[in-house]
Design a protein around this ligand. Structure first.
Ligand SMILES: [Zn+2]
Length: 106
């Protein structure tokens, strides 16, 4: 992903609307691109910071960003596991079918 594509995903990231593949590319890019990370921090400050200032609670920007990034990383991990489980179940189903088929032929 390049920086332009990344920028387009930032609003969806804030609204938690990234799909799995965008999430994955988003988190990969932010790890390696300081400019984009900075951009996210600034936008986070603008969108979240204003709300927080209004209700007077303390706002730790770095923590907030980490929290959000960890959330998508966790989702990516869970999704990856689901895919692996799905593949394993498919393989098991195919083996079962082959087993039944072979058993019928005997
Ligand atoms: Zn970038």
């Amino acid at each position: 992903m390049n920086c332009k594509e990344f920028e387009k995903l930032i609003p969806d990231f804030f609204e938690d609307r990234l799909d799995y593949s965008s999430m994955k590319r988003f988190s990969e890019h932010i790890e390696q691109c300081d400019n984009c990370k900075e951009e996210v921090v600034i936008q986070l400050l603008v969108t979240e910071g204003v709300h927080r200032l209004e209700d007077g609670r303390a706002f730790d920007l770095q923590k907030e960003l980490d929290r959000r990034l960890n959330r998508i990383k966790r989702k990516i991990r869970i999704h990856g596991n689901m895919i692996r489980i799905g593949i394993a179940m498919e393989i098991a189903a195919v083996c079962l079918l082959i087993g039944i088929f072979a058993w019928k032929l005997m």
